[in-house]
Design a binder for this molecule. Structure first.
Ligand code: CP
Length: 308
């Protein structure tokens, strides 16, 4: 295992499968419900969220606690960053306090990797989402959710509806799904939100959602990343909802047993309708539950590999 989890491409198929297996074991044994394990009882985990988060932040916190760790929620607004201390000096300060696992979310791509370059060999950095770049733990928990319903990845056509350029989850999901050997990934979005070189990325693209949804086994839809868009490039939300919103009528264009994923937070009746959110095919709450199990597997695995 590597020292840090910065992006999916740091992993290979065997490492992803090992994380999936461990997370699935934790899930089946219900070890993600309450503190039953003590594999991190000597560890301190620091959550450093410089960008808003509900599920990733709380999920990492619960995952750490359910492994017996001490957890610090670093509050940037009450820290010495407010007095001009740099992010790097802040990280070095917390490292000197013998914290071992740093969970970092930041609006700027590359910040977790940059901090990891300054980490001691008894410290691991986990990327909890950096700008438009990557969100590896989300992609891994999404793969766990798919695995629980459709274990043969090689048979799956996965369609992802959303803005590739500005959505870190899409980038991490493509990498994870491809390493696991999915048959096909198709990105659906307006032309200006699709990758410049889909062939190099190994994906298909489609601008017409009604065409793209045909034969889909897995439908993943994304929120418009308004916080990362210039005002002039923001899609009009009514137009987006009409052209790319996932309704129950559209879901019927996919395979009859298709499953729906959304990493959250969802904007009801914009990218996904309420009737899809409430449909049994929609596994959004399952993703949230799986998030704790997967993050337990990630932290346990990284901690075991540290030079303590
Ligand atoms: N999926 C996800 O990253 O959600 P949060 O922003 O609430 O953490």
């Amino acid at each position: 295992m590597m020292q840090h989890l910065l992006e999916i491409t740091d992993l290979n198929k065997a490492k992803i499968e090992a994380l999936l297996e461990r997370a699935q074991h934790i899930f089946q044994a219900k070890q993600h419900y309450m503190p039953q394990l003590n594999s991190l009882s000597a560890a301190t985990v620091v959550n450093c969220f410089f960008e808003p988060s509900t599920r990733t932040h709380i999920s990492f916190r619960l995952a750490a606690q359910r492994l017996g760790a001490q957890v610090i929620d670093f509050d940037t607004s009450r820290s010495s960053i407010e007095k001009g201390e740099s992010l790097l000096d802040t990280f070095l300060t917390l490292q000197a306090m013998h914290c071992q696992l740093f969970v970092i979310r930041h609006a700027q791509a590359g910040i977790p990797s940059w901090l990891a370059q300054h980490a001691n060999d008894n410290v691991a950095v986990i990327n909890a989402g950096d700008g438009s770049h990557a969100h590896p733990s989300q992609a891994l928990l999404d793969c766990l959710t798919v695995l629980q319903r459709k274990p043969d990845f090689s048979a799956l056509r996965v369609v992802i509806i959303g803005d590739y350029e500005h959505t870190r989850v899409i980038r991490s999901q493509i990498a994870a799904l491809q390493l696991l050997g999915v048959k096909q990934v198709c990105l659906i979005a307006p032309k200006n939100c699709l990758p410049d070189d889909p062939v190099a990325l190994g994906v298909e693209t489609e601008t017409d959602i009604d065409v793209g949804l045909h034969d889909a086994d897995v439908v993943i839809t994304m929120r418009i990343q308004a916080e990362r868009l210039q005002a002039e490039s923001q899609q009009d939300t009514d137009t987006y909802a009409k052209q790319y919103g996932l309704s129950l009528a559209r879901l019927r264009l996919a395979k009859p047993d298709a499953i729906v994923l959304h990493p959250g937070p969802a904007q009801r009746d914009i990218e996904i309708s309420s009737d899809v959110l409430e449909h049994p095919a929609c596994l959004m709450q399952q993703q949230v539950e799986n998030g704790i199990a997967m993050r337990m597997a990630i932290m346990e695995t990284l901690y075991k590999g540290l030079n303590l």
